[in-house]
Design a protein around this ligand. Sequence first.
Ligand code: 5GP
Ligand code: ZN
Length: 111
Amino acid sequence: MRDPDCIFCKIIDREIPTDLVYEDDQVVAFKDIQPRAKTHLLLIPRLHISSLEQLEQKHQHLISHMVLLLPTLAHNQGLYTGFRTIINTGLDGGQEIDHLHIHLLGGGSIE
Ligand code: 5GP
Ligand code: ZN
């Protein structure tokens, strides 16, 4: 369920403070600590799943819940004309935190 060394599990358990924007019984969404756009959220499952590689059939409902939630999260941030979603997977996919997460970016670059 939970990985004691995982930063995102600690965020879920409120051991690390974060700017939470949404939560329900399955997922949590919060602001990325190093935003690469005016809006940069991370949407994560409460369940510790390391990456897309570890997704199984039993996670079907969870992953569809996450994807279906994205437009609402974007609208709640004032993003009505579009947004970008990114899932980095594994070492060569640029994944730094080994807890499945969907980046939601929009509102223009801040770089
Ligand atoms: P990845 O490269 O794994 O796809 O993305 C990990 C993201 O998590 C990065 O964009 C990074 O800025 C963000 N991040 C890392 N540590 C923390 C943290 O402690 N709090 C928050 N809010 N974001 C974090
Ligand atoms: Zn975790």
